[in-house]
Design a binder for this molecule. Structure first.
Ligand code: CA
Length: 221
C-alpha cells in the first residue's frame, strides 16, 4: 500500500513511517498539513493516517476539506484517550476508522488492511485471482496451492495489480504505488525486472504486457 501520514510529533511520525515501511508499505510522512494536502493530489495513496491534534490547521479541518473536495480515499484518525466527542466528530466528518494513542503498529497495519479491503469491495481477507491466492496480513502467496516466495517489492507490485484486476496500469502508475518519496529512486528498469520475477516465480501468464500502455493482471487461470 502507498500511505500518507500527517502527524506533527516527530517521534511518533518517524516510528509510524519506519514501522509501516518495514511491513512493506510505501510511506510519505508529513508534519505539515499544507504539504500533506499538496501531496494527496499528486500521489495515488491507498489510505491516510491523520493526527487530529496539529498546530495551525486542525486535522479535523483538513479531513473536512478533503471530503468537501470529493476525495474518497480511506482515512484513519489518531486521537488522544478520553476524547470520545472528538472520535465521534471525526467519524461524522468522514473518517473511516480511528486509533487511540499510544499506537501499536501491528494494529494500525491491520486496520489499514481492513480499510483497503472495504475500499476495494472485498469481503474476504484473502485476495484471489484464479489459482492465485494472496493474504495481505501474512504476505503469503499461493499459486495452485504451492507457496511462492516473493521479495517486498515483488509483493507490492503483485498487490498493486491485484487491487485493480481489470485495469491496465502504466509504468508510472505502478511506480507511484511501489515507491514513496523517501529518496530511493528506483532503477529505470526496476519495474520490468520485478514483472519478470513475478512471471518466473508464479506463472508466465500472471502479468500481461499491454504494449505502449503498461501492465495488467493476466486472465485468471
Ligand atoms: Ca499532534
Amino acid at each position: 500500500m502507498r500511505l500518507l501520514i500527517l502527524e506533527d510529533d516527530p517521534q511518533l511520525g518517524d516510528a509510524l513511517a519506519t514501522g509501516l515501511r518495514q511491513l512493506g508499505h510505501a510511506v510519505d510522512w508529513f508534519g505539515d498539513g499544507g504539504e500533506a494536502d499538496a501531496a494527496i493530489e499528486r500521489a495515488p495513496y491507498d489510505a491516510v493516517v491523520l493526527d487530529l491534534g496539529l498546530p495551525g490547521t486542525d486535522g479535523m479541518v483538513w479531513l473536512g476539506r478533503w471530503r468537501a473536495r470529493g476525495l474518497a480515499l480511506p482515512v484513519l484518525i489518531l486521537t488522544a484517550r478520553d476524547v470520545v466527542d472528538q472520535r465521534i466528530a471525526g467519524l461524522d466528518a468522514g473518517a473511516d476508522d480511528y486509533l487511540i494513542k499510544p499506537i501499536s503498529i501491528d494494529e494500525l497495519a491491520a486496520r489499514l488492511r481492513a480499510m483497503l479491503r472495504r475500499a476495494t469491495g472485498r469481503a474476504q481477507p484473502e485476495w484471489t485471482h484464479g489459482a492465485l491466492a494472496y493474504d495481505p496480513a501474512s504476505k503469503r502467496v499461493l499459486w495452485q496451492g504451492r507457496a511462492v516466495e516473493l521479495t517486498a517489492r515483488e509483493l507490492a507490485l503483485l498487490e498493486a495489480l491485484l487491487k485493480h484486476p481489470q485495469r491496465v496500469l502504466s509504468k508510472a502508475q505502478l511506480q507511484e504505488q511501489l515507491y514513496d518519496w523517501s529518496g530511493n529512486e528506483p532503477e529505470s528498469n526496476a519495474l520490468e525486472v520485478h514483472v519478470h520475477h513475478l512471471r518466473r516465480k508464479i506463472d508466465p501468464g500472471i502479468v500481461r504486457t499491454v504494449r505502449g500502455v503498461g501492465y495488467a493482471l493476466g486472465a485468471p487461470q
